[in-house]
Structures are given as structure tokens and as C-alpha cells.
Design a protein around this ligand. Structure first.
Ligand code: PNS
Length: 161
């Protein structure tokens, strides 16, 4: 049986923090679906197609990562494709309550998959997409936080606004 994991998120845009989690998940599972999902409390800066392009270029070397877009509930998607796990990165303690709540809700909605938390590498502890966008907006250097192609997308989109 192929063990599939889903790695959901806004990825708006993808950062080195996300990529670290995806890479580590790709070593633990046969296949990892990076699932671009709607977070009802966020307004995205990049279209789904743009986010997909940014993710694809940086995950194709992992060998077992595919990208998809979610339109609906994560639990329904996980059930539909027969995934065994939802993989999330856990940063500081501040992430915990929110992530714990989502893990419990997803378990309630679909009992057959487990949420697996991978602790973020220490250098990515405080890294987030919104922080990256804010630093870029004010002209700061974000090259330590995102890959080259994402840097280009951000330059074009945010700095020119
Ligand atoms: O990167 P984010 O914004 O923290 O990711 C949150 C996300 C997109 C994974 C979450 O909002 C989600 O799962 N959205 C899909 C819709 C859904 O299933 N919502 C209920 C989750 S309990």
C-alpha cells in the first residue's frame, strides 16, 4: 500500500520553512501531496496558479511530491485520495493551540488519517509567509527566507504595488 501524506497550507508564498517540512515528509511517506488550501481568515497575495508554479520548481527534485489545489474541506480530500496522514510544521508554542484545534476537527471529520507534526528547524522557527511579505514590502532582504523564483514573484508583485 502506498502511504500518502497531505501537506496543506496557504503557501502564499512558499518559504524555506515550508520546503524543509515538505522535504522531510517526502522521506517519511511514499507520496506527499502539497495541497494549496483556502484559509478562510486570509486574503491571498498570489493566485493558485502562481503558488503552484512557485512550489513546483522547488519540489520537483524530491521525486515523490505532487501539487494540488483544495476546493472544500481538507478532511474530505484526505478521505477521497486515501491519505494516511496530514503533515504540518509546528513552529513556536503560539502555533500549538490553532494546530491542535485543526487536528482534532479533522480527526472528527475523518477518523482514518493522523495529523503528524514535524518540528520546524530552529532557523525557521519564526519564519512565516506574512512576515516575508511584510519585510519585502518595506524593502528588506528576504533572500534567506525564500527561494530565488519566489523572490522574483515577490519583487514583481509586492514591491511594485
Ligand atoms: O498555511 P495556513 O494558512 O496556516 O493553513 C491553514 C489551512 C489552509 C491548512 C486550513 O485553513 C485548512 O485546512 N483549510 C481547508 C478548509 C478546511 O478543511 N477547514 C477546516 C480545517 S479544521
Amino acid at each position: 500500500m502506498r502511504r500518502i501524506a497531505v501537506c496543506p497550507g496557504s503557501f502564499d508564498p512558499i518559504t524555506f520553512g515550508h520546503l524543509d517540512i515538505i522535504k522531510r515528509a517526502s522521506r517519511l511517506f511514499d507520496e506527499v501531496v502539497v495541497l494549496i488550501s483556502v484559509n478562510a481568515s486570509k486574503t491571498p497575495s498570489f493566485t493558485e496558479t502562481e503558488r503552484m508554479m512557485m512550489i513546483r520548481e522547488n519540489t520537483q527534485d524530491f521525486g515523490n511530491v505532487v501539487i494540488d489545489v483544495l476546493d472544500g474541506l481538507l478532511a474530505d480530500y484526505v478521505k477521497r485520495i486515501g491519505a494516511v496522514a496530514i503533515v504540518k510544521g509546528l513552529r513556536a508554542v503560539s502555533d500549538f493551540e490553532y494546530e491542535f484545534q485543526m487536528a482534532l476537527a479533522n480527526k472528527q471529520l475523518y477518523n482514518e488519517a493522523e495529523t503528524v507534526f514535524l518540528t520546524t528547524s530552529s532557523e525557521n522557527m519564526y519564519l512565516s509567509s506574512s512576515m516575508v511579505k511584510q519585510i519585502a514590502y518595506f524593502g528588506g532582504d528576504i533572500s534567506h527566507f525564500v527561494p530565488e523564483n519566489v523572490l522574483e514573484f515577490i519583487r514583481k508583485r509586492l514591491v511594485s504595488e
